[in-house]
Design a protein around this ligand. Structure first.
Ligand code: DX5
Ligand code: ZN
Length: 214
């Protein structure tokens, strides 16, 4: 599958978000990755619904909302109504995963399920055939700018082998510590949606950085 480059606006200059969204698009990135943190599921708070609505108003790019929150079932509707094209939530959250997937699909958008570095792939397998994407976190969720955890590579390969056999076409997303070097490793292992925050936004030439991830 072709590599999809997704820019995490957690690393954007939030005071100039409109210009940052334009820069993402002009640089040839494919998706806007929108990280939602509730301060409970992860030890950080980011941004939420009003910011998503503003982003939706500004850009026609595909928006991927990554919900790092304890109760995703309660909030899927409002994120869908405010412009998310895909919503991913964590297997480790408090909601029933099958119910959350159903709720996302009911809204007519794409569904993703995410696992933290410490969660084995076997835990997510029962849900893989009912989602569009599985997000294998390559850092502990909560903060941008962390180092890539190499021990997650074998999880990506294990998941890729399952997907090839059981539900080809399901995407594998990675998120955390992705740069030109780690992008090559995760692509080789089977990931095709690569999220990057600090690597893209700190680059002098964002377009070149995005190309280096493909
Ligand atoms: C971390 C977030 C990521 C974050 C990645 O919890 O889910 O999307 O923005 O940032 P980098 O690419 O800087 O590791
Ligand atoms: Zn994310």
């Amino acid at each position: 599958m072709n590599t999809i480059v997704s820019a995490s606006i957690l690393s954007a200059d939030i005071c100039r978000l409109g210009e940052e969204l334009d820069r993402i698009k002009q640089s040839g990135c494919d998706h806007v990755h929108f990280d939602v943190m509730d301060g409970v599921f992860v030890p950080n708070i980011s941004f939420g619904v009003p910011v998503l609505a503003g982003v939706r108003k500004h850009t026609d790019m595909f928006i991927d909302a990554h919900l790092m929150i304890t109760d995703p079932l309660k909030y899927v509707g409002v994120f869908a109504d405010n412009g998310a094209d895909m919503i991913s939530f964590h297997l480790e959250s408090n909601s029933d995963p099958a119910a959350v997937i159903r709720e996302i699909k009911t809204r007519g958008i794409k569904a993703g399920i995410a696992i933290k570095p410490g969660t084995p792939v076997s835990d997510v397998l029962p849900f893989v055939s009912s989602v569009d994407m599985v997000l294998v976190m390559t850092v502990e969720p909560g903060f941008g700018g962390q180092g890539f955890m190499h021990e997650t590579l074998s999880k990506i390969s294990e998941l890729k082998a399952y997907i090839d056999k059981e539900c080809p076409g399901t995407h594998i997303q990675v998120d955390g510590g992705i740069n030109a070097e780690t992008a090559a490793l995760v692509r080789e292992a089977g990931a095709d949606i690569l999220v990057a925050g600090s690597y893209l936004f700190k680059a002098e030439d964002m377009a070149a950085a995005a190309r280096s991830m493909r």
